[in-house]
Design a protein around this ligand. Structure first.
Ligand SMILES: Nc1nc2c(ncn2[C@@H]2O[C@H](COP(=O)(O)OP(=O)(O)OP(=O)(O)O)[C@@H](O)[C@H]2O)c(=O)[nH]1
Ligand SMILES: [Mg+2]
Length: 422
């Protein structure tokens, strides 16, 4: 079934990477066995293997709040938990950027949370990631999807602080509020969730972002995380249409990311089920969805074919209930198919090119070294063969001489015997 296609492709990609690792390891051992290794080559191979190990397929979800980013993630990747894994509710839900990945260095599954107050320090999230001590860690019980979903609610946590604190943290503009007013701010600046889901183990990493100016508040997202994502999925919602804040986000943060062979941008029109008017016929519904896609494409300045109408909510429900008809209607599989046939192969090409650039150089060096060695050995062989010819001549000569000497000796022995007789 197509539902498994992305899972299958990811699995194949994981196996391909493992085989590649193995081949590079074998090459390194071969170099050692043949005395062709040196510390510089060793280091290059080690670094390459480390890069491969930590390399991930990053897919980021970006949109205004309540467009259905988290629900879409649940529907595409985590439906087998038979529940809504990431919290998805009306209004603002995800309060901090949340990365979902598998950390193979850790002994257990976890949620790591970075306090919002770290915004006051001059230390980037990237820097903080190197030191788990700065994070609040919650151990995840992966045996229970209910407990997991409960623990994931941590990304929704907020707290109430005087406006002055929010201003100091850079979450509020001074003019917006009276300094003594109480405002709600996110409890956490960033969350990392690691658990051994097969897709995550095969190298998928998902970034779920909060709406409502999260991108403006955390420049690292726009400067570092989004440009590093293989695909950025921008989510619109059919129940709101393209609003001014959607347009702001698109214009300032998503559109400038561009799209090329290294990065893709996918625009999704979610919640199309709100257009499934039971009093309308199939064709009328189809037309109203197409009209929304066209007008969204026009506003964003992209091709209408590049706007994917889906229903994340119905897609998740259909997968949980194994309702094929509803799943088809939700169009979630079309989106999965784009990930499998466009995004993943792009990533594989990038990894392959990188390996060829690195290892290809080393293999050429090895080949040149072997060719030089072969030439030297051939030369030596010729010399030896030449010498062995000479040896043969010398031996023949010696044998002839020895035989002559032997005859003379026998003759003298004979004459000695004869003389003795006489
Ligand atoms: N009808 C309908 N509702 C949806 C769909 N997808 C999501 N929703 C609802 O929309 C609301 C917001 O969904 P979320 O997944 O929390 O949206 P989000 O973009 O992650 O929002 P933030 O975390 O606040 O940035 C929830 O009540 C969802 O149930 C859909 O396909 N159809
Ligand atoms: Mg969310």
């Amino acid at each position: 079934m197509a539902t498994n296609r992305f899972t299958d492709q990811m699995q194949a990609y994981g196996r391909w990477k493992a085989d590649l690792n193995q081949a590079i390891g074998n090459y390194q051992q071969w170099l050692e066995r043949n005395n062709m290794s040196n510390p510089e080559v060793d280091l290059r191979i080690y670094e390459l293997l480390e890069t491969m190990k930590s390399d991930r397929l990053n897919i980021a979800f970006v949109a205004e709040f309540a467009r259905g980013k988290s629900e879409l993630i649940n529907a595409i990747f985590f439906s087998e938990y038979d529940r809504r894994l990431l919290p998805s509710e009306a209004g603002r839900t995800t309060m901090c950027p949340t990365e979902l990945l598998y950390d193979n260095q850790a002994d257990e599954s976890y949620i790591r949370l970075l306090a919002i107050e770290t915004r006051l320090e001059d230390i980037s999230i990237q820097e903080h990631k190197k030191d788990p001590i700065n994070w609040t860690t919650i151990t995840l019980d992966t045996n229970s999807s209910e407990k997991m979903a409960e623990a994931f609610k941590e990304v929704m946590r907020t707290k109430r602080v005087p406006a002055a604190v929010a201003i100091r943290l850079g979450l509020l503009e001074a003019k917006d509020n009276e300094e003594n007013a109480i405002v709600e701010i996110p409890m956490w600046r960033h969350a990392i969730i690691s658990f051994p889901h097969p897709l995550l183990k095969d190298g998928l990493s998902i970034l779920d972002t909060p709406g409502l100016n999260a991108l403006g508040n955390e420049p690292e997202l726009t400067i570092n995380m989004l440009p590093n994502a293989q695909a950025v999925i921008f989510v619109l919602s059919a129940d709101t249409g393209v609003t001014r804040s959607d347009m702001d986000m698109w214009t300032h943060y998503v559109n400038p990311l561009g799209a090329d062979t290294r990065h893709s941008r996918i625009v999704v029109l979610n919640k199309v089920d709100t257009l499934w008017d039971e009093l309308k016929g199939e064709e009328a519904i189809h037309n109203s969805i197409a009209t929304q896609c066209n007008s969204a494409a026009k506003m964003l300045g992209i091709d209408p074919g590049n706007v994917f109408p889906v229903s994340a909510q119905k897609g998740l429900l259909a997968k949980i209930r194994t309702d094929h008809e509803l799943l088809k209607k939700s169009n979630i599989l079309a989106l999965e198919s784009i990930l499998s046939t466009q995004i993943l192969p792009q990533k594989q090409t990038l990894v392959r090119e990188n390996i060829i650039a690195e290892i290809g150089r080393m293999v050429t060096e090895s080949r040149d070294l072997i060719a030089a060695r072969l030439t030297a050995v051939n030369k030596q062989l010729k010399e030896l063969q030449g010498l062995s010819g000479k040896n043969e001549d010398v031996i023949l000569h010696l044998m002839k001489k020895t035989r002559e000497e032997q005859t003379i000796y026998h003759k003298s022995v004979e004459s000695f015997q004869n003389n003795k007789k006489t």
